[in-house]
Design a protein around this ligand. Structure first.
Ligand code: DLZ
Length: 320
């Protein structure tokens, strides 16, 4: 029987199993490493607050630059996620410093301290030196819960501040342009794209599907859709197979250029899910078998680009 992708393979000389996808070596024969790098989706700390502190802390976190995530409000509770530009789970081997279990790194600790003091008064401690070349102050949330705000003494030690799009499609509107030529393949790409959008939080009513005869027609439909003002991103799905198309190179070049131009000229992100394959077998692989589903990948790219566009626009208008 053929091993699944990523299955551990035994090396008889070392008696170690090595993972086919990430090259990690294992002693145990039953370890199967299935695209581990795609497993983690997010990291969340949940902290309870009183209703009064909930509003005050939300205002403070927003004013410091946290982005609002999709929250909830029902008869049992109200929740407000705050998204940071970066997050990490830190393990310590050895002496664990007496730090709060939520640490928020800020650029300007003194200003953050002033803001926190103004809203939370005695719940905010003094700024103190840490054992790790930084300063910190604590905000007491409840009897057993506190948040630490901190900054390195040498700001160059902080990780570079990269802007990245989030993968949450809630509230976003998408247009999917899909060609009917090679529909056996393009319908699989469409199913992959729809699966990705729904899992990422998009509503079905926010997804418009537009069908065109062949890949050559994708760019003009994509442009019309982008100009309509009804979508935040366009996902282009098609399948060109060299064996079947004498003018394959010309069509592939035109389609690629047309989608790129429409994206740049309309300012609406377009993602490229047009397969350009040597044969049908390759196309089948890229539409859900060995090489994943390129429709799914195009959809997640669109989600990320809509989010990134929003962040960059907000950053530009903030003067950041
Ligand atoms: C004509 C044609 C051919 C031969 N092959 C493909 C293909 O492999 N994939 C595809 O999406 N479309 C193909 N087409 C159709 C063209 O894209 C276009 O729809 C027609 O030339 C009409 O403009």
């Amino acid at each position: 029987m053929e091993s699944p992708p990523g299955a551990a393979q035994l090396n008889s000389s070392t008696e170690l199993y090595s993972c086919a996808s990430c090259a990690i070596r294992f002693r145990s024969f039953d370890v199967v490493c299935v695209r581990l790098e795609l497993m983690i989706r997010s990291l969340t700390f949940v902290r309870q607050t009183s209703p009064e502190k909930f509003e005050q802390l939300s205002a403070l976190l927003r004013s410091l630059g946290f982005e609002d995530g999709p929250g909830w409000n029902d008869e049992h509770s109200k929740g407000a996620p705050f998204l940071a530009p970066m997050g990490s789970l830190e393990l310590v081997n050895g002496r664990v410093p007496n730090e709060p279990d939520v640490l928020i790194e800020v650029r300007d600790l003194d200003t953050a301290h002033q803001l926190a003091r103004r809203q939370f008064r005695d719940d905010v401690g003094e700024i103190e030196d840490t054992a790790w070349k930084s300063r910190i102050f604590n905000l007491q949330l409840g009897a057993n819960s506190r948040i630490g705000f901190w900054a390195f003494n040498n700001p160059e030690k902080s990780a570079p501040n990269a802007v990245e799009g989030e993968l949450n499609a809630g509230g976003m509107r998408f247009g999917v342009v899909v060609s009917r030529w090679n529909s056996f393949i393009t319908e699989r790409l469409l199913q992959g794209a729809l699966d990705c959008l729904r899992r990422s939080g998009a509503k079905s009513s926010d997804i418009q599907i537009v069908r065109v005869p062949g890949s050559f027609e994708i760019p003009s439909a994509a442009r019309l859709l982008a100009q309509s003002g009804t979508v935040d991103a366009v996902i282009a799905l098609g399948c060109l197979i060299r064996g079947e198309t004498t003018h394959y190179e010309h069509i592939a070049t035109e389609v690629t250029r047309g989608i790129g131009q429409s994206s740049q000229e309309t300012g609406i992100p377009h993602s490229y899910g047009v397969l350009t394959c040597e044969n049908l077998e390759q196309a089948i692989d890229r539409a859900g078998l060995k090489s994943g589903n390129k429709g799914w990948e195009a959809a997640i790219t669109a989600v990320e680009m809509v989010s990134l566009k929003g962040k960059l626009k907000r950053g530009a208008s903030d003067g950041r």
